[in-house]
Design a protein around this ligand. Structure first.
Ligand code: GLN
Ligand code: ZN
Length: 770
């Protein structure tokens, strides 16, 4: 036993880049519009970095992370760092690195952008590296060395943070034109020398430690992939002149990858000890700890917005101290995924603010914990007692616990989540009620959000327009959407969602238990930031949320107007969710609130109700072991939302992605009467996947790709429908776009829907002719 407790350091893996006034977004967009030049953009970027590092150091972090600052996306920066530039962007990048980078991110007239996808199970999106057997990696460490020099010049201890080579390759996809079956991971041996060069450059620039992020290793990995990780860190670890290496993992436990990494000569591992990743603690004990290594312990959750339980974290750290040579305290992952500073939120109930910790507050928590270990808990006695009081106030608060909501959720029975009739009986009743033609046409919900609408919303916010005036704008937008759809000849109409700025926020604002932030911006991708609402307490619905607009739309037409709701899983996925009860319980509460809305719509005469679940697949747990449980509560929540309607009320759902092989059984388990899916780009492949699974109900694989302004021709629609009919019979196939139209312009929307309807009519005639 040592008499004196060890000196524990405090750090974070990364920090929001935006700046307190969203300066980065404004600067980058200003640069794109030509309002500022490249030098000015770089100056603003540098000022933001320096201000962030100074603030982190002043807060008491021993070491600040560098290299994570990005004008667009840090995975894209990694592609430039290793020279992985697709041929079509090569000229742009060689001419000007900054403009070339933006070309890769956003595309140009001649060259399509890189594909964008979600960063693990967060709501951050990165640009997917494109690699092929011809990719030649070259090292460009300028950004990384530049940043650490800036931090060292400030007199700070700094640690560059890079995307690790294994994760980089596992996140990459085969470039168009690469041989079938090409796997980017096979390029590892070519990539490692480039990383070796960059590590040497960073060492020369003054880096003592370099962090390599390998979150891909928390997913289920094959033996070959684990072997690749072992080889990577054995090779990099045996370099002669290199900085110390910290391999970081987060978002889940390392599992089988833990002993693999522990056996490599790297000096440190960073592990996540929050949520389900807390199992890392037992795993670590069972391999005998990390003798001779540093453990960076992620005990402060980097992706939720709740205060830490400091006492619990201290207990975890105390256990960990016996399992490694030294232990540092950290957030579980980069703070990129949380808003900047909760003290800016003057509109949130102060009783709730004290339960919240954004990036700035989480940094302080890490510092406090490190101090508690180094100097003993008496040194942080004040913080501990305040923390205890805050946690207790949350646990006991009437804001988080509504007895009526709890009683109702507890009384839910299996029957509540089942429709009263089989699909066969329902389908017949719905056909009789709706009288639709074969291959009925519809849309997914939203219509173009016009400048007039955006201006009206802004005017409402600033008080230049009153509620009545704003509602006139909404009504006129609904009127326009209905009359267009009638003229165009769509069969099932929508009201167009003009009143919704965002499909989750709109409902969150009307549900009790949700809290909205004013400054809680989080980067979604590039310069796009979102403000996820906070699901803080028990959920109930005081008033109908959509009935008024749906019935108004219905009053303008004799055709059926589809009611439009966001489903419970998506309501959770795109919010910051409470962490004091199982997700399944929270989902059930949201489902019951939405069920009320569904039933009110039905009572108001709505015959078709769509409950969107675009997030069902993206929330799938990273490891397969967690999936059955998730899918069970997720599908139950959807069925609870929709299960109370009459047999002749038609329930639709919508999801916007083409790869859903992993969840096809879950889609079936939703028991929706009709599902619309993205399919145009994959040429109706989903129709065949549904058919292969024996999907027994109706489906509308999208025939109009709404992700581009391109107008599909009638012939293209016809060809896609014929393809669809080979998988799904004509009495169960719907005709619709891939997704909502809110991001599209009116002109292309009109032309595309006209062609979609013409295509449907033409194929109907073919069917009649037999
Ligand atoms: N009903 C929504 C819309 O049309 C669906 C959006 C989505 O799937 N993300 O906008
Ligand atoms: Zn969609």
């Amino acid at each position: 036993m040592t008499a004196k407790p060890p000196a524990v350091r405090a750090t974070v893996h990364g920090y929001p880049r935006q700046g307190p006034g969203r300066e980065l977004k404004k600067a980058v967009e200003g640069y794109w519009k030509g309002r500022i030049g490249a030098d000015e953009l770089r100056r603003i970027g540098r000022d933001l970095r320096l201000a962030t590092w100074r603030q982190l150091a002043e807060a008491g972090l021993t070491e600040v992370p560098t290299g994570g600052f990005s004008y667009y996306d840090h995975v894209l920066d990694t592609s430039l760092m290793v020279g992985a530039v697709p041929e079509r962007h090569r000229r742009a990048v060689d001419t000007d690195r900054l403009d070339g980078m933006f070309a890769m991110a956003r595309g140009t007239q001649e060259a399509a952008p890189l594909e964008m996808t979600k960063w693990f199970d967060t709501n951050y999106h990165y640009l997917v590296p494109e690699l092929s057997p011809d990719t030649v990696f070259t090292a460009d460490s300028s950004q990384q060395t530049g940043e650490i020099r800036e931090a060292l010049d400030l007199g700070l201890a700094a640690r560059p943070v890079l995307v690790g080579p294994v994760t980089y390759l596992l996140l990459a996809k085969a470039a168009p034109g690469a041989p079938a079956g090409f796997e980017p991971l096979t390029l590892l041996d070519r990539l490692l020398p480039v990383y070796a060069q960059i590590l040497a450059d960073l060492r020369a620039a003054g880096a003592g430690w370099v962090q390599l992020d390998e979150p891909a290793l928390v997913q289920d990995r094959t033996r070959a992939e684990l072997d690749a990780a072992a080889r990577a860190y054995r090779d990099l670890g045996s370099l002669a002149d290199r900085p110390k290496l910290l391999v970081a993992s987060y978002f889940d436990r390392l599992g089988e990858a833990l002993p693999v990494l522990a056996a490599t000569p790297v000096e440190g591992l960073a592990l996540d000890f929050t949520g389900p990743a807390a199992r890392n603690l037992d795993d670590l004990a069972s391999i005998g700890g990390l003798p001779g290594k540093t453990l960076v312990a992620g005990v402060v959750d980097g992706r939720n917005i709740w205060i830490n339980n400091l006492e619990k974290s201290l207990a975890t750290l105390a256990t960990l101290l016996g399992l490694a040579d030294r232990v540092d305290v950290a957030t579980s992952c980069s703070l990129l995924h949380v808003p900047l500073d909760v003290t800016l939120e003057h509109d949130i109930d102060p009783r709730i603010v004290r339960w919240l910790a954004f990036a700035r507050q989480k940094t302080t928590e890490v510092v406090t914990l490190a101090r508690g270990i180094t100097e003993g808990t008496t040194a942080i006695a004040d913080q501990l007692s305040a923390n205890r009081a805050d946690l207790a106030s949350r646990a006991a608060s009437a804001l988080t616990r509504d007895p009526a909501v709890r009683a109702r959720a507890a009384a839910v029975t299996d029957a509540d989540s089942r429709r009263s009739r089989t699909y066969g009986e329902r389908g017949a009743a719905q056909r009789a009620r709706l009288g639709l033609p074969p291959l009925p046409t519809t849309t997914v919900g939203s219509f173009p959000q016009t400048d007039d609408l955006r201006a009206a919303r802004a005017a409402l916010r600033t008080g230049r327009l009153d509620t009545a005036g704003y509602e006139e704008h909404i009504k006129s937008a609904i009127g326009e959407v209905i009359s267009f759809q009638e003229k165009a000849g769509l069969d099932v109409l929508v009201h167009g969602e003009p009143e919704r700025n965002d499909m989750v926020q709109y409902f969150a604002e009307q549900l009790t238990g949700y809290v909205a932030t004013r400054h809680g911006w989080v980067q979604s991708y590039g310069t796009r930031y979102v403000r996820p609402p906070i699901l803080a307490g028990d959920i109930s619905r005081p008033e109908p949320m959509t009935v008024r607009w749906t019935t108004y739309a219905q009053s303008l037409t004799g055709k059926p107007v589809k009611g439009m709701l966001t489903g419970p899983v998506t309501m959770l996925a795109w919010s910051f969710v409470r962490d004091d009860q199982p997700l399944a319980d929270t989902a059930r509460q949201v489902a019951m609130a939405l069920r009320d809305e569904v039933l009110d719509l039905e009572t108001a005469g709505t015959a078709v109700i769509q409950v969107d679940e675009p997030a069902l697949r993206e929330t799938l747990p990273l490891r397969a072991a967690g999936r059955p449980d998730y899918l069970a509560w997720a599908t139950e929540a959807f069925r609870l939302t929709t299960g109370g309607v009459r047999p002749d009320t038609q329930i639709h759902t919508h999801m916007c992605y083409a790869e859903f092989g992993d969840i096809i059984q879950a889609i079936d388990d939703l028991d929706a009467d009709v599902i619309s899916l993205e399919a145009a780009r994959s040429h109706m492949q989903v129709a065949h996947e549904l058919a292969g699974h024996g999907y027994p109900r109706e489906a509308g694989p999208g025939v109009y790709d709404i992700h581009s302004p391109r107008v599909p021709s009638t012939d293209e629609v016809i060809a896609l429908l014929r393809k669809g009919l080979r998988a799904i019979p004509d009495d169960r196939l719907w005709v619709n776009p891939d997704c909502g139209l809110k991001t599209r312009g009116w002109a292309e929307t009109r032309a595309s829907l006209d062609n979609l309807i013409a295509g449907a009519r033409s194929v109907r005639e073919e069917l009649l002719r037999g």
